[in-house]
Design a protein. Structure first.
Length: 125
C-alpha cells in the first residue's frame, strides 16, 4: 500500500482524498479514568438482595485454589479505562471543504477534540 506520510506539516486533504472514498481512521480513545469491573468489562456484579450488602459491583472470585495459587495474567480487574489505540474501518467521506481543509465523514472517530488521527485510504480489491 502506497502511503502518503505527512508529519508535522499541514496537508491538503483535497489532493489526497476525494468524496465517496472509504477510509480507515486510527486514534487514541478518550480516557475514562479509574473504573471498576462493571463499568470497564460489563460484569454483572453480585445479587442485590439475600444479605449481599457490599457485593453489588464486586468482580467475584479472581483465582483458583491451591493450584496454581496465584491470579492469572490478563485477569480482568478494575483499572484505567480508555486511552487505547482504536481503529475504525470503512468510514465514508461525505464531503471535503477545501477552504477549511476539512473532511466530513459518516460515522464516529476515536479520541478527544483536536486529537491526532491517522487517515488511511482503503484499497478496493
Amino acid at each position: 500500500m502506497a502511503a502518503t506520510q505527512i508529519s508535522g506539516e499541514e496537508a491538503n486533504l483535497g489532493e489526497i482524498f476525494k468524496e465517496g472514498d472509504v477510509i480507515t481512521v486510527r486514534g487514541i480513545s478518550k480516557g475514562k479514568g479509574f473504573a471498576g469491573v462493571v463499568k470497564r468489562y460489563n460484569f454483572a456484579g453480585g445479587p442485590r438482595t439475600h444479605g449481599q450488602s457490599d457485593r453489588e459491583r464486586a468482580p467475584g472470585s479472581i483465582g483458583s485454589t491451591t493450584t496454581p495459587g496465584r491470579v492469572m495474567k490478563g485477569k480482568r480487574m478494575a483499572g484505567r479505562k480508555g486511552r487505547e489505540r482504536v481503529t475504525i474501518k470503512n468510514l465514508k467521506i461525505l464531503q471535503i471543504d477545501a477552504e477549511k481543509n476539512t473532511l466530513y465523514l459518516k460515522g464516529a472517530v476515536p479520541g478527544v477534540k483536536k486529537g491526532i488521527l491517522v487517515l488511511e485510504k482503503n484499497e478496493i480489491s
